[in-house]
Write a protein that binds this ligand. Structure first.
Ligand SMILES: CC(C)(COP(=O)(O)OP(=O)(O)OC[C@H]1O[C@@H](n2cnc3c(N)ncnc32)[C@H](O)[C@@H]1OP(=O)(O)O)[C@@H](O)C(=O)NCCC(=O)NCCS
Length: 239
């Protein structure tokens, strides 16, 4: 389906912050971001396409989890096929984080309808995080749990803006946590969205200010979902 920005903007009836608008989310969102490839696919039961070691990770999982896990992994396989010529398995690392094959870094997310994966070479990028969230999933009551007072004020009661901030934080966590370890809470970072890009500032007690400030964030709003991407530059790369 062709991208129809005007129709979407009219339907939403207000400035969404996010100018890179598509309906629905494109198959390869954030394609203008250097060094990172993405793949967005519909959630479906794709367990038959998993590698045996991946299947073993969801042997006893419920149907919904099997659909989400297999769709995320298949999106990642397609990225490997695109970037390296052969699909590679993505197993599980520390915590629930994916374990990427040597030399690669990536990220996986699954919302109600979409699975989204990102992949990059560690030669170019230090960390990657993606997140996809169904529009309408946030309620006003949830905002103070996931947003700082400054973020709540800037969202100005707009739940789509709030969803972009929430998604941005999930992507930040996925890009940073495997590098820095430990937990980073929703009130430990403050996200500032400027149209389709965002930056973040660390407000917590750990020594993470430089890492968080180095992250570059990108947001995209489709008619049924919001997606974000965070890229942490490779160590030593110009920021
Ligand atoms: C880990 C977390 C970000 C996952 O997000 P989610 O909305 O629950 O689920 P999503 O579908 O978007 O992402 C799930 C995927 O995240 C990935 N993931 C899980 N833990 C991860 C970690 N520590 N680092 C990187 N990726 C991780 C996995 O690939 C998982 O999918 P899989 O189990 O099928 O492999 C979330 O559960 C969480 O713990 N958030 C709290 C911390 C936070 O967000 N802080 C914000 C301030 S930085």
């Amino acid at each position: 389906m062709p991208v129809d920005v005007r129709a979407f903007t009219c339907k939403a009836g207000r400035d969404l912050w996010v100018i890179d608008v598509a309906m629905p989310l494109p198959q390869r969102p954030f394609s203008s971001v250097a060094h990172v490839a993405t793949e967005c696919i519909a959630i479906a039961d794709r367990t038959a396409e998993l590698f045996a070691d991946e299947s073993a990770l969801i042997e006893r999982a419920a149907v919904k989890r099997r659909e989400q896990f297999s769709s995320g992994r298949v999106a990642a396989h397609r990225l490997f096929a695109r970037l390296s010529g052969e699909p590679l398995p993505v197993l599980r690392g520390e915590g629930r984080a994916p374990r990427w094959p040597a030399g690669w870094i990536g990220s996986i997310s699954h919302g109600a309808q979409y699975a989204l994966a990102a992949l990059a070479s560690l030669a170019h990028v230090g960390g990657v995080g993606v997140d996809v969230e169904a529009r309408g999933r946030l309620t006003a009551k949830m905002l103070r749990l996931i947003m700082t007072p400054g973020e709540v004020a800037r969202a100005n009661g707009d739940l789509d803006r709030a969803l972009v901030v929430f998604s941005a934080k999930e992507s930040l966590y996925k890009a940073l946590q495997p590098r820095v370890g430990g937990f980073i809470g929703f009130h430990d970072v403050e996200v500032d969205v400027d149209h389709s890009e965002f930056r973040a500032r660390y407000r917590g007690q750990r020594d993470l200010s430089a890492a968080v400030a180095a992250c570059r964030g990108y947001a995209l709003c489709g008619d049924d979902a919001v997606a974000t991407l965070v890229v942490l530059p490779a160590e030593g790369a110009p920021l």
